[in-house]
Write a protein that binds this ligand. Structure first.
Ligand SMILES: Cc1cc2nc3c(=O)[nH]c(=O)nc-3n(C[C@H](O)[C@H](O)[C@H](O)COP(=O)(O)OP(=O)(O)OC[C@H]3O[C@@H](n4cnc5c(N)ncnc54)[C@H](O)[C@@H]3O)c2cc1C
Length: 400
């Protein structure tokens, strides 16, 4: 553990560990768990660990249906993480004694009109060029798979490899696994990064103490750029993208309402319905640039219900049990920032945007590797934080 003083020379430091993780969302927790498994002493600072965007997220593991033009480099990381998911949840469930709600049910992406159909055809072509598995279905074939779909569905893509997990249960399993692996928690905010001798030395915490660490991982989600004490050129370019989500309940008499995740582009907006085995049906999500606002608006709920009703008319019969908004931590290229910064001792694990749940396994492995060896492993190398600035310690390939 680092024993050097901080820049101000203050001596209020009370404790320390090899690694301090700032932020206990799923990304901070998986980093902490994996690092502790490698023998490092780890502390997580967060007033509410296990909270964050995972309390809102749908939990689609959608490497194939989330493919976008220009994001082929991210696709590689998404696929690497999707491939790790079954073993990852197996290990996590054993370590925590908790179920994560992982479900290998596949996804159906459908089109409601000729514009949507053309858009889906383009996505299918891109998937084929990227050697991804997806099957084009007629509207009738879609409805045979999912009889609750609207009669007007014009066609769709069946993607058997895009699964789902319950992000709330994932977060709670990670929290327990961390505790069992010896990760310590400081239930307070990190107010300021401390720097001394040309390196990060820890953080000043909201409870008035200072915490010392050899390595500090900034994993504060959409707030990652707001930590005081960061050298200005190293402030991560992460911004909040608001998403409103509804939760409904499928009564046993209606089950199975949907057997797999169903998604569509309706009026240019992305809509999805994610059915869980426990009867929960998640309907999402808006995508809004509203700063850190998490108000649920009548307009957001209206749009989601209107579009969901167009796709699956029977949805209006179901009890609406929850409305909530969360913040995706978005980066300029929609890909995460992983690994060392130009300030020795400061690492980032943030910017996972709309794929943070999917990217949890690969992020944990990559961060544990870099914390123990100093090197980012292969699938994570294109995502080094330095790709956005001249102060890069390692200049990596730019995602295309
Ligand atoms: C509506 C919506 C739907 C989504 N759907 C999906 C999906 O289907 N599939 C998918 O893969 N991803 C999805 N995501 C994205 C995913 O949820 C996020 O990428 C992921 O949860 C981000 O995790 P994180 O740990 O980086 O950040 P967060 O979850 O934001 O956690 C950050 C944590 O840091 C803490 N913190 C902040 N500042 C400080 C500080 N100064 N000191 C200490 N702690 C601090 C906070 O309290 C919080 O606990 C969705 C997100 C939203 C909002």
């Amino acid at each position: 553990m680092c024993a050097s003083g901080n820049a101000s020379g203050a001596s209020t430091r009370t404790s320390g560990s090899d690694v301090l993780v700032i932020g206990g969302g799923i990304i901070g927790l998986v980093t902490a768990w994996r690092a502790a498994q490698r023998g490092l002493t780890v502390t997580v600072a967060d007033p509410a660990p296990g909270g964050g965007a995972a309390q809102v997220a749908a939990g689609m593991l959608a490497a194939v249906t989330e493919l976008h033009y220009g994001e082929q480099t991210l696709l590689g990381l998404n696929l690497a993480s999707a491939a790790r998911y079954p073993a990852f949840v197996g290990e996590l469930e054993e370590a925590s004694g908790r179920d994560t709600g992982f479900r290998s049910c596949g996804t159906l992406a459908v089109a409601l009109d000729s514009d949507d159909r053309a858009h889906l055809r383009e996505l299918h072509a891109l998937q084929e060029r990227s050697v991804l598995e997806s099957v084009w279905l007629t509207g009738r074939e879609c409805r045979r798979l999912e009889p609750m779909l609207a009669p007007g569905v014009r066609g769709g893509l069946r993607v058997d490899g895009d699964h789902q997990v319950d992000p709330r249960r994932l977060a709670s399993a990670l929290l327990t696994a961390c505790e069992r692996a010896g990760v310590a928690f400081r239930r307070t905010t990190a107010e300021r990064l401390t720097v001394g001798g040309g390196r990060a030395t820890g953080a000043a915490l909201g409870d008035g103490t200072e915490f010392a660490a050899d390595q500090v991982v900034l994993a504060a989600g959409s707030l990652s750029g707001r930590l005081a004490g960061l050298p200005p050129e190293l402030v991560p370019p992460v911004r909040p993208v608001k998403g409103q989500v509804l939760r409904l309940t499928v009564p046993p008499a209606y089950a199975p309402f949907l057997s797999r995740t169903v998604r569509a582009v309706v009026r240019g907006g992305h809509l999805y319905l994610v059915p869980r085995e426990n009867g929960e049906l998640v309907v999402g999500a808006t995508s809004e640039e509203m700063g850190w606002d998490t108000t649920v608006t009548a307009g957001g709920v209206y749009e989601l219900l209107r579009d969901a009703h167009e796709l699956v008319p029977g949805i209006t019969e179901l009890p609406l049990t929850e409305t909530r908004a969360g913040l995706r931590p978005a980066s300029p290229d929609n890909a995460p920032l992983l690994g060392p910064t130009a300030l020795p001792g400061l690492l980032l694990a943030t910017g996972h945007h709309r794929n943070g749940v999917l990217l949890t396994p690969v992020t944990g492995d990559a961060m544990a590797d870099v914390l123990t060896t100093g090197e980012l492993p292969e699938p994570a190398r294109p995502f080094a934080p330095g790709r956005f600035g001249p102060a890069a310690p390692v200049l990596q390939e730019q995602p295309v």
